[in-house]
Design a protein around this ligand. Sequence first.
Ligand code: XMP
Length: 318
Amino acid sequence: SWTPEHFVDSMVLALQNTIGPDDKVILGLSGGVDSSVAALLLHRAIGPRLHGIFVNNGLLRKDEFESVLHSYKDLGLNVRGVDASAEFYAALAGISDPEGKRKAIGRTFVEIFDQEAQKVEGARWLAQGTIYPDVIESVSVKGPAVTIKSHHNVGGLPEKMNLKIVEPLRALFKDEVRQVGDALELPHNILHRHPFPGPGLGIRILGDVTPHKVDLLQRADAIFIDGLREFGLYEQVWQAGVMLLPIQSVGVMGDERTYEQVVALRAVTSVDGMTADWAHLPYDFLAHVSNKIINQVRGINRVVYDISSKPPATIEWE
Ligand code: XMP
């Protein structure tokens, strides 16, 4: 029968047999479970000949880039962190349309990743953390007007650099990936991390993206996610995040009238993200988060909770 330990042993051997003894492998790391588990497997098989590249697109959660990069280094992985926030903000300037933002983010990612990959001399392979559900459903459909969501991956790099693809997790479901990660001692904070979209906070800021909006959203999001952990709710929800809405509403602060941003909290329970129910979070928890956001994040004066299920509402608002 299938066990994660057996999978690790046989995959490590298979990787060693497939990848030549001097070959270098490039892997894009995202901080997510899949790419991290793929990295640990390859690290076990070929050590520092695995060259991980972790791009900060400026749209990650608060402090995520630094903390995840730190975890990777602690694991002994050969990873280069690349802060390309400025390039992503420049590419996104003035774009409000969700698909336009996804394309700008995807295109910039490919550019940055290409540049970094080309610095790895003599690379022969491109590794990807593709898992079985990605193989069968690599695109999803959103909205009434059937637009295909463009999941970004590494564009034309394999052809350009003449790289062969290696996908060690291709036969696994998510829960199996987690078991393998556990067997490889992936830290708990990465292993049990909620799913997070590639375009990141870029599709949780409705309308155009600016560094100031990213800062507001990162602070509100951190209060929500830290709150879920403090209240022991983090692992009871499948995914959670905050949406920064493109509207302002009136509030009062002391004798002053304010006219500031609204955020929506989104938390769902789900098995695979294909269908989802809004999480019935306790009122005292929601009250705590709402007060903390409004008191601590100047520029946000109203918090609402999204009580829509999927379908028809998607998890992300864009
Ligand atoms: P929706 O919003 O379609 O999301 O209910 C389902 C799951 O997919 C994630 N998601 C994305 N992931 N690129 C990604 O890598 C994207 O463009 C994208 N859009 C949505 C979403 O966070 C949820 O986990």
